[in-house]
Design a protein. Sequence first.
Length: 363
Amino acid sequence: MPAKSNNAPHLFQPLTIKSITLRNRIGVSPMCQYSSEDGLANDWHLVHLGARAAGGAGLVIAEATAVSPEGRITPGCAGLWADRHVEPLIRINRFVRQQGAVPGIQIGHAGRKASAARPWDGGAHLEAEAGGWPTLAPSALAFGAELPMVPHAMSIADILRVQNDFVSATQRALLAGYEWLELHSAHGYLSHEFLSPLSNQRTDSYGGAFENRIRFLLETTEAVRRVWPDRLPLAVRISCTDWAPGGWDLEQSVELARRLKNAGVDLLDCSSGALIPGVKIPAGPGFQVGFSEHIRRETGLATAAVGLITDPAQADQIVRLGQADVVLLARELLRDPHWPVRAARALGQSTADMAPRQYSRAW
Ligand SMILES: Cc1cc2nc3c(=O)[nH]c(=O)nc-3n(C[C@H](O)[C@H](O)[C@H](O)COP(=O)(O)O)c2cc1C
């Protein structure tokens, strides 16, 4: 390890943002479970999120949770559009906290990618007879491929209503005991659809110039920040590039990060892609880490890196080199909820505050 890195933060160094301290830099990336009915969390979510909290992650971010029924990707997606959604989440979050992890949630609206079948049912747009519903987007442009439904181009009233839905969902997330909130503005869902010129061809103040395309997200962020307490971290996930000519790119992401920082965002979660089908993505180990590193260096905003991070030394290096403040893992934590404990052992770090004492004889 180079001398400079010895004093640098590492994977198992706690991170404090606002009043919240993560016990380490490992987060569970939000992962749709498609297992809700009417948006409600149930025992599956308790076990799924609870197991990963017990597995030692510092941060457990619950799946993309719809701010309105029409904002769900599938009929099985989680929601926070009604007060009844809060109670089952309180139980889950209490358990996550008891395990020493910070409970977080990602809220979003699926835009033109809503009204789809669950992935294990093919993932294609649902016809009305099969339980589908009309979709909304900045412009009446279909995603294509298995999602051919042409969305309704949002009126200004639609925009205000969805922004209000984000605010109401935020208030319910607070009541549910979440301590970390992430706005979903990535992967081709509604907020990302506003950002990219490939999906936003509006001619009003929400389309065209960069300033206009970022307006939906900035206004939503500002409105959310007004009701999400100052003491709690607010994150935004973006796709740092569409990987497509004429689309959203890293340069715009840097400028957006500056604006989001000014709007009170504490961390940018740096993902990529999924705005349009058929795009070639050079996926490989840590392939999105460079976006996080660049944005962190250029703007001074804290970042999370995500995408094919599977190896303890790789994850540790990302933090030590200042490429990100937090690493988020998705599929590797599905394969092994105890990855954080394994990683600590592999890196010679203490597992004292991570491995549940019920399991202490295993380690
Ligand atoms: C089952 C599954 C569900 C996912 N759901 C979401 C989601 O709700 N929100 C989101 O932003 N990304 C979602 N993703 C993407 C992951 O959060 C993550 O960015 C991606 O899988 C890359 O990380 P990985 O290589 O560690 O899996 C999902 C991924 C998987 C595998």
